[in-house]
Design a protein around this ligand. Structure first.
Ligand code: 5GP
Ligand code: MN
Length: 342
């Protein structure tokens, strides 16, 4: 990855004197959103800055073990305006693992209305917004955590890495790459992992914390979704699944329990695109899309579900009923297929 050195210089200058900093990441935060935010927070705190991390809504219970999650401000649970006062006081706002302010959903307004702070973007999604003073955008970086590692190294040196920071960065790296199985796995990434090991991370423990820490309900829900809800199109090459709120209740659903389900149909050799539709509180349907190889779900998400993401992993939203959403997906897949795109 080629980091723009003038940006690094500007970042170093920005953090030359102690600052009040707010770090934000996207709605439905994942391991990369939380890992990259908290790692950056740790580094900046060690340099004498005052740092608050804010997330638009709750993170999955199985990421609670990550060091520093206790201090995260959850905007959707904030009844007394903490988010607003912290944002108003901030001199620097860093957005991590999100390409546009709209990914903050209910937080977007707080950020745009109440602040003159310098805005920094650190992200690896396609099509980053230009609504920032300093932009570190690297769509070919496999995770934001890896990008944060490179920024820490360039701005503060590898001696700034501790076992805690390494653990946070490693969670982001594995959760966004399917434990180092997807694309953009560069030699530099594995050199970064070597540095994290030297900083003292414990890989088997992190792996167990991330992948073997679910509830029984989640395991049973997974079995149900694959067995009863997975459907295929185009001679078994495109799959989709859906989950209603009613079905979630039957399996004692907790937020985050269906993360990763969308990947499973891709373990079938023929399948090159997979979708998951899940009903959300607030009356919309969350759309998750995954693909193999050339099939571009970023374009698909942008075109049909007002979303975006990466080439092989993207998402969006639907405000129709589940039935209409699925009908829209089927028609969209058909159109994409007719254009030779799937
Ligand atoms: P997931 O399926 O895990 O929710 O999301 C997969 C990828 O698509 C993530 O990189 C995520 O940031 C992106 N993504 C998910 N939902 C949306 C959305 O509504 N809008 C945009 N622009 N990106 C999304
Ligand atoms: Mn990410």
């Amino acid at each position: 990855m080629n980091l723009d050195l003038s940006n690094i210089k500007a970042l170093r200058e920005l953090f030359e004197t102690p600052k009040k900093v707010v770090i934000l990441s996207h709605t439905n935060p994942d391991g990369d959103a939380i890992g990259s935010s908290l790692a950056l927070a740790e580094v900046l705190k060690a340099k004498g800055h005052t740092v608050n991390c804010i997330l638009p809504n709750r993170f999955p219970y199985y990421l609670k073990w990550m060091p520093g999650t206790d201090g995260i401000i959850i905007h959707s649970l904030d009844k007394i305006g903490i988010t607003q006062s912290v944002v108003e006081a901030a001199e620097v706002i860093v957005c991590a693992d999100m390409s546009t302010l709209t990914r903050l959903e209910s937080l977007t307004e707080v950020i745009t209305a109440n602040t003159m702070a310098k805005r920094v973007l650190i992200d690896h999604h396609l099509n980053p917004s230009e609504d920032f003073d300093l932009i570190f955008s690297s769509p070919d970086s496999s995770s934001t955590a890896y990008l944060v590692y490179e920024i820490i190294k360039a701005a503060f040196g590898t001696e700034a890495l501790t076992a805690t920071i390494g653990t946070l960065l490693y969670v982001g790296m594995i959760t966004d790459t399917g434990n180092f199985a997807f694309s953009n796995l560069t030699p530099q990434l594995f050199r970064a992992v070597a540095d994290l090991i030297e900083a003292g991370i414990d890989i088997p423990t992190i792996y167990n914390n991330v992948y073997n820490s679910f509830t029984e309900g989640r395991a049973r829900l997974f079995g149900y979704v694959i067995n009863k809800k997975m459907k295929t199109l185009l001679k078994g090459t495109v799959a989709y699944m859906s989950l209603t709120e009613d079905e979630m209740r039957r399996f004692w659903f907790q937020q985050g329990d269906s993360e990763g389900f969308v990947n499973y149909p891709l373990s079938i050799k023929k399948v090159k695109m997979s979708a998951m539709f899940s009903e959300q509180q607030g009356g919309f349907i969350r759309v998750s899309l995954r693909s193999h190889g050339k099939v571009d779900v970023n374009t698909f998400a942008r075109r049909y579900f007002n979303g975006g993401g990466h080439h092989n992993a993207a998402g969006g939203k639907s405000f129709m009923t589940m039935e209409d959403t699925i009908a829209h997906y089927i028609a969209s897949v058909e159109e994409y297929h007719n254009e030779g795109l799937v």
